[in-house]
Structure formats: C-alpha cells, structure tokens
Design a protein around this ligand. Structure first.
Ligand code: F0G
Length: 338
C-alpha cells in the first residue's frame, strides 16, 4: 500500500508535485476482538496502530509534518516527546536527510523508543523535567531558530492522523457507534474527530486518561503527572479545547483509568487476543471495560496507539517468568509439560 499522503492526497494539504517523505505508513489492521467483545458486552474492533513503520500512530502525522518541513526548506526538525513522537520524528528526519532533535523527560521514556531515536541519528536531549516543560521550551526555541516543530501543535500532524478515521470508516462502511482512545497531549483524538467529521460521521468519542495524569478529567492541569503508561504522562495537553469539543459534541466523555486497570487490559489483549500493545494504548480498552462506551452502543473501535515492543521493561515486569531447564530430555519434558 502507498503511504497516507499518496492514498488520501485529495483530502490532505499536498499538491501532486510536492515532496513526499514516507515510510508507507497507514493501512494498519482493524481486527475483530472476539474475547474482548464477550467481556465488554459490545462488538469490539481493534485498530492496530502499532503496525505503522516506527510502531505507533505518530507516523501518519509525521509523514505530513516532515514532508511539509521539506517543502518549506527546513534544515532541521524538533519535538518534545514522551517517546513515540521522538522515534517517529527521528526516523522521518533521517529519511528526509534533515537533522532531528528530540527532547524527552529524563528517565521517563520506554527503552525501545529511546533506542529508535538514537539509532535514527537524532540529537536526543534528556530534560530534567516532564513532557509539559519540554513542550513549553521547544515552542520557545523554534521562535528563535529556523527549526520546524513537529509536535501535534503542528496542524500537519492532525491532518495526517485523521487518516486513521478514514480507514476505519472504509473498513466498517461507517458502521461504528463509538471510538475509545487514550488521550495524552490530545492531538490524536482531535485528529480522529476531524477525520470522522470530514466524512460526515460522528461516533461517540470516548477519551481515556491515566488516573495520575488526567487533567481533562479534573478540568485543570496536573503539575506532577504520574503513570505506568509513560506515553501519556502529560499534565497540560496542548489540544485541550479541541479534545473536549470532540468528546462533548459527539456525546462522548473523558474518563480516568487506573494503572492497575491499564495493566489488566494490557495483559488481557496480549494473552487472549494475541495483540501486544504498549501500556498507554491499553488505556482505550481499560476505559471501555471500566466505564463502557455509553447507552445503545453496539459496535466500538478501540485505538491501540503503539506496539508492545516499545516498552519491553514494563512487559517483563508484568508477564510470567521464564522456565529454566537443563539440556536433558527428562528435564525438558518436565519443563514443557508440567
Ligand atoms: N498512545 C501512545 C502510545 C502515545 O505515544 C501517545 C502520545 C498517546 C497515546 C496520546 O496521544 O498525545 O495525541 O493524545 N504520545 C506523545 C509522544 C505525547 O510524545 O510520543 P495524544
């Protein structure tokens, strides 16, 4: 499949002669989750955004943001990130031949994401502060230097990410009642809502935040956000108003899920559906299981935003142990069968 700019050019701000920086992102699987459907009491489909080239939905937005940066003649791109935006920005910058810098909260990003950003050759800056502070600083930095900001405050990111909604509408012929999605900086829920609206659909938008990082739920910024779902460890989302508008005008809501609920959903998806997502992604399913998707909802899509391999440490801490074994038949029989 071609990347999303080529696939949806008529709905994106790119002309045929514009440069395109792509890794053939998008066209991700949408699968029916039978065990989860049974448990939730509604038909649940999973949109597997971890199947994008760098393992998260960010690639849809990044192909647009970096292509636009090249079109504008930028030499470098920068972002603040809890990890996935950094990995994606670093990859697309490498592909475009641009320099990339990523500012991440020190010690608070998952190992896989750090490895990606470093391997792609970005300048990785570990800020002694959180994501909200990092974003504030990069916004100031780009006012002083000719560097393109590729966080989701960049409208090209929203344009690209809305294509996930297009794919869902195409796959289900528009037949969905609700969308469950994790909310961090609130760019992705804004994007989905824009995508659905452009096609004339209005599924109920159910946003879920981690309980320790739930500013939209409390109606005020959280100064020291904390959660096992490091991707959504954000206390003051940039797209606050747009996200609230998406939820209120679709009859949806924003709710909190605890780390324990997130981890239960995370293990359930991996062990019964065969789908390994990262903890932040499991917030969408945890939210559905804890709060439901509302009255009269028959079919739900949960967005699984990032791949489980992004965060091997959390996985190993919450999975079963390996079984040691001597190199003998009797021992291996015991190890395998008992
Ligand atoms: N899920 C994952 C795996 C994420 O990485 C993010 C955000 C979200 C959900 C929330 O999306 O911010 O658009 O509401 N990650 C950003 C990053 C903040 O820097 O990688 P959002």
């Amino acid at each position: 499949m071609p990347g999303i700019i080529e696939r949806y050019r008529d709905r994106l701000p790119f002309a045929p002669e514009d440069p395109v920086v792509s890794l053939e992102e998008g066209s991700t699987p949408l699968i029916l989750a039978e065990r989860l459907s049974e448990k939730a009491g509604v038909e649940v489909w999973l949109k597997i955004e971890g199947a994008n080239p760098t393992g998260s939905f960010k690639d849809r937005g990044m192909t647009c943001a970096v292509s636009a940066a090249v079109r504008e003649g930028a030499q470098a791109v920068i972002c603040a990130s809890t990890g996935n935006t950094a990995a994606s920005a670093a990859a697309y910058a490498a592909r475009a031949g641009l320099r990339g810098a990523v500012i991440v909260p020190e010690g608070k990003i998952a190992t896989g994401k750090l490895a990606q950003a470093l391997m792609h050759g970005a300048r990785v800056v570990a800020l002694r502060g959180n994501f909200d502070e990092a974003l504030k600083l990069v916004r100031q930095l780009v006012e002083r230097h000719p560097i393109s900001l590729v966080n989701s405050v960049n409208d090209f990111r929203i344009e690209g990410q809305k294509t996930a909604a297009f794919e869902i509408v195409e796959a289900l012929a528009g037949e969905l009642d609700a969308l469950c999605i994790p909310v961090g900086n609130a760019g992705n829920i804004t994007s989905f809502w824009k995508g659905f609206q452009e096609l004339g659909y209005a599924p109920r938008m159910c946003g879920f935040q981690a309980a320790g990082a739930a500013p939209l739920v409390h109606g005020k910024p959280v100064e020291h956000p904390e959660t096992v779902a490091s991707a959504i460890r954000i206390g003051n989302p940039a797209r606050w108003e747009e996200a609230m508008n998406a939820m209120t005008s679709s009859g949806g809501a924003v709710r909190a899920v605890t780390d324990a609920e997130i981890l239960t959903a995370y293990r359930f998806l991996a062990s019964t559906e065969g789908v390994f997502c990262e903890p932040a992604s499991a917030a969408s399913v945890a939210g559905l299981l804890t709060h439901g998707a509302g009255e009269g909802v028959r079919r739900v899509v949960c967005v699984l935003t990032g791949h489980g391999l992004k965060d091997p440490q959390t996985a190993l801490e919450h999975a079963g142990a390996v079984v040691p074994c001597d190199p003998e038949l009797a021992a291996i029989e015991r190890a395998v069968l008992e």
